[in-house]
Design a protein around this ligand. Sequence first.
Ligand code: SF4
Length: 373
Amino acid sequence: MVPLLEVADPDIQVKINLSDRRLFPIWDRVQAGERLSSAEGVTLLDSDDLSGVGRMADFAKKRVTGDKVFFVLNRHVNPTNICVLSCKFCDFAKKPGDEDAYEMTIEEILDHVDDDINEIHIVGGHHPTWPFEYYVEMIRAIHEKNPKLQIKAFTASEIDYFDRRWKVTPEESLAILKEAGLQSMPGGGAEVFSTRVHRILLPGKANADRWGDIHKIAHRMGIPTNCTLLYGHIETFEERAEHLVRLRNIQDETGGFLAFIPLEYQVGTTRLRPRHTPAMDDLKMIATARLMLDNIKYIKSYWVMLGEATASIGLNFGANDLDGTIGKERIAHAALADSPAGRARERMVSSIRDARRIPVERDALYNEIKVYQ
Ligand code: SF4
């Protein structure tokens, strides 16, 4: 028995004119609430009928959360960019001694802990010498400074690294971190669940099985997590669709994923391809995720990577979450802001309204804080 999402509005009727005949049977299955196959996921990604794919995904989203689109006031903190690994898509990591390598002290991290945010999101490099205890101290210090702040920290790849480097198993590290104040985990580090891609781009990093095992452990311990897919580089549509199926299978087993975030590869200086994947691909990726991941309630249109314009359109392609990220807002809009949080909130609400959707401010665990009618 597949635990599909509860249908909030079973009476929604939508008439869609599809120009790609391959979508006809998929649309029948979507309306019937049936699960799509990996091959059907490939068809969606490959289709030229952008509007048809988007309208199907919008229908599927409306059945789950209506016209609501969620956002959170949060702050991203990356405590260090020093990393023992060298993933080929990564523009962020540096080696010790590099001119722009940095390490944050606990005091510097605490400077990011404001009273006006609901979530702090912490991920960083796999530091060669920082002991596991430093990470625990970091979480404990944040929690003590602001006990109401929800702490989302450390990818499965980092949890795996604590085990490899310091011999602290995921069960042990997550128990200790949870006791210190960690409430949830981000979904990064998944990249693409493909042995081929893993071998080429991220040798030495936790593989698909290990990533999945760590998330299952977290879910069993009452720590909800997100999940991701890094797309738009060397992966194939088949590998994307298989990745979604694997996430869906984990969710069937545990129900512990809060949200899925499609992460568009940023070309930067790594240049695995000459330019960003087109916006059409971004939108079909969001829509395909919504249609394939019938058991994950929230799909993000992640504006930090997509840009605000594409992210706003993504809210009509099956996404129902815009994330948040005040840190970025502080940089982009400091001159106009009364306060970073106030400006970020205003910006999120505007982007969602631009998409003709209802903005809903949430906390890190998707409890609704305020609906902006
Ligand atoms: S583990 Fe993370 S920080 Fe390190 S190289 Fe890979 S993507 Fe970059």
